[in-house]
Design a protein around this ligand. Structure first.
Ligand code: BG6
Length: 479
């Protein structure tokens, strides 16, 4: 069997987000964030896909709110980090919950209890020789900024964000050297609630506010990049995009053109601004055709030009297959990005099409276009696991999935792609982002917690735990 050479110092690890794992919902003076007001299950998917959400907690209507407890990482971080260390993690990707540091987002002073919590987590990671990779904003905007300011549509939010990033850069400058600004920044194009902090009220009203909110995020991202370079000169800061290569369903040039447009609009719009430092021509044409006029203030474009990122972090779960006229073709449900079913691919239990070659394609496309280091910061298989009577969990399907994707990275490295590392998503089971389920598991570590909120929270090593340990030990040679 072919073996792959991963570069020395390749950053193997796992990825998580505060809102999906911490719990500790009201502890340490934490404020409410967007994930806290989303119920679990089908209701969440409906909320994310239908206009009009009001960002209120309504227990009578929805019942259980899974993110409030998460998997209790807030209290169990030592045990969990010890397990990551046992697997040999070099890095651990996590996010800081904005509302632990600024509970409502608009305070003048940071919350010491929140700052101290992450000090403890970073110290524990370093004690085990694990480098933290920190996402500054992972679907965790303070609800106060959503309700009282209208989310990222409001320019004032840039000021609040600047205060937040400067507080964390100053506090953790000796502890964190790898940062990312906004998780899956382009997801706001399909799911503005999570990324942009507002719910559209009617489908046709989304264009102007969406792109105005994006402009504010680009300005904020550049402010963060510049501040990071000034405060922590030896740090690297990246953007983070949701990448899903768009294939044309067939060789009909109309479909090929359509897939190209979809790809540019969804995959490249944000990265073009954050990596190249300017709005691309295709989006300017789109603005014109949709009568979108952005409020761009003096100095914004210069700032965007100066504050470009050092690397591209991206999530890869699946490709998408596109055609201009989709009527009569089954749609693919995956990761909320749509497209039609690809006849060559199988799908996960949640309908996400499994396509390891798509990862090699993505890496090559991104590197061809931008020529900056890449970092696969999310990839994995959401699946139902079964605990055997003897307590073992034989998740061979997950091992197969990960092996094939790691091989695809090995091929891309041989193609000449500069790849910094790989943090598979959900290294420990936690709440699913899109459906709020615990039963959609990604981890090497099983957590006894279920969709109805029951469970002991006990952690168990799955078969994939021992497999991934060996992958890291051999720097990807033994797959
Ligand atoms: C990414 C998000 O879209 O996919 C994560 O950055 C999320 O937050 C992951 O958990 C997997 O999606 P899901 O919906 O299966 O949890």
């Amino acid at each position: 069997m072919k073996t792959y050479q991963f570069p020395e110092g390749f950053m193997w690890g796992g990825a998580t987000a505060a809102n999906q794992m911490e719990g500790g919902f009201y502890e340490g003076n934490k404020g409410l964030n967007i994930a806290d007001v989303l119920p679990g299950g089908k209701e969440r998917l409906d909320i994310l896909q239908t206009p009009g959400f009001n960002f209120e907690i309504d227990r009578e209507k929805y019942g259980y709110y899974p993110n409030h407890e998460g998997i209790d990482f807030y209290h169990r971080y030592k045990e969990d980090i010890a397990l990551f260390a046992e697997m040999g993690f070099k890095v651990f990707r996590m996010s800081i919950a904005w509302t632990r540091i600024f509970p409502n987002g608009n305070e003048l002073e940071a919350n010491e209890e929140g700052l101290a919590f992450y000090d403890r987590v970073f110290d524990e990671l370093h004690k085990h020789g694990i480098e933290p990779v920190v996402t500054i904003s992972h679907y965790e905007m303070p609800v106060t900024l959503v309700k009282e300011y209208g989310g990222w549509r409001n320019r004032e939010v840039v000021t609040f964000f600047e205060r937040y990033v400067k507080a964390i850069f100053n506090r953790y400058k000796n502890k964190v050297k790898y940062w990312m600004t906004f998780n899956e920044i382009n997801s706001g194009l399909i799911m503005p609630i999570m990324g942009l902090g507002f719910a559209i009220q009617k489908e046709e009203d989304k264009y102007q506010p969406t792109f105005q909110a994006y402009h504010h995020q680009f300005v904020a991202s550049s402010i963060a990049v510049k501040a990071c370079h000034e405060i922590i000169p030896d740090a690297k800061i990246g953007c983070m995009i949701l990448y899903a290569p768009a294939y044309s369903y067939d060789s009909n040039p109309e479909n090929v053109m359509y897939a190209l447009q979809e790809e540019r609009f969804f995959n490249y719009f944000c990265a073009d601004v954050q990596v190249r430092g300017e709005y691309p021509a295709f989006i300017k044409r789109y603005f014109k055709e949709h009568n979108i006029e952005l409020d761009i203030r003096d100095g914004d474009l210069e700032l965007i030009k100066e504050g470009t990122v050092d690397y591209i972090g991206f999530s890869y779960y699946m490709s998408r297959t596109e055609m201009k006229d989709k009527s009569g073709f089954g749609s693919s449900e995956g990761n909320l990005i749509g497209g039609v079913k690809n006849p060559f691919l199988k799908a996960s239990d949640w309908g996400w099409e499994i396509d390891p070659t798509g990862l090699r394609i993505s890496l090559n496309q991104l590197y061809d276009r931008y020529q900056v280091p890449l970092f696969v910061v999310e990839n994995g298989l959401g699946a139902r696991d079964h605990v055997e009577e003897d307590g073992s969990i034989n998740d061979d399907y997950r091992i197969d999935y990960l092996r094939d994707h790691i091989k695809a990275m090995g091929e891309a490295i041989e193609d000449g792609v500069e790849l910094m590392g790989y943090t598979s998503w959900g290294c420990i089971d936690m709440v699913s982002m899109s459906t709020g389920e615990f039963s959609k598991r990604y981890g090497f570590i099983y957590v006894d917690k279920h969709d109805d909120g029951s469970g002991t929270l006990e952690r168990k090593r799955k078969k994939s735990f021992f497999w991934y340990k060996e992958v890291i030990e051999t720097n990807g040679e033994k797959l």
